[in-house]
Design a protein around this ligand. Structure first.
Ligand SMILES: [Zn+2]
Length: 173
């Protein structure tokens, strides 16, 4: 038998977090997403996939702890999840890395990219402030459908740079 079996420190740590990583991901996603246009639906789908990834890792950690297995099992788990995420990369990561207005590159893991994560456009903060002056709070109930916000730019022409050209959604009309 392997002498290192039973080392579950990492799994215990992940399992100990319980559902909180999932909640941390889902609650802001559900409450912050703007409900306009197709592009944001693609991003919501991506956030669901992220939540599934977090759930699978948490579940694997809990199983390792429950059955007193080894942290080493997390390696194939992460490899399989990573491989699946790579195959689905255009769904898992449908974000533009540059601002469609000014072309400036977004910094990953920044507050600006957090906006790109939930917004139906991919504007940098400066262009967003310039094009969409704040009109209402960002946080709003999903069930309350506000008045149509057509006074913003029309959303029938999402400005993709071709990164999603094999997506299977079609035109609205
Ligand atoms: Zn910009």
């Amino acid at each position: 038998m392997m002498g290192d079996m039973g080392n579950t420190a990492i799994s215990e740590w992940i399992a100990g977090l319980g559902v909180y990583p999932l909640l941390v991901m889902l609650v802001p996603s559900i409450t912050l997403f703007r409900k306009r246009g197709r592009e944001v639906m693609v991003k919501q789908t991506a956030s669901v996939l992220h939540a599934i990834i977090v759930f699978l890792i948490t579940a694997a950690a809990m199983a390792i702890v429950a059955y007193e297995l080894s942290d080493l099992l997390m390696i194939p788990v992460v490899l399989v999840i990573g491989g699946a995420a790579y195959l689905l990369r255009k769904r898992v990561f449908p974000y533009r890395l540059t601002c469609p207005e000014c072309g400036r590159r977004h910094a990953l893991f920044s507050a600006e990219f957090r906006n790109v994560y939930v917004m139906d456009d991919s504007l940098c903060n400066e262009c967003r402030a310039r094009l969409n002056p704040p009109q209402r709070p960002v946080v709003e109930q999903r069930t309350v459908d506000p008045e149509p916000d057509d006074e913003l730019e029309p959303d029938d022409e999402p400005e993709w740079d071709g990164t999603l050209d094999d997506q299977d959604y079609e035109d609205d009309e």
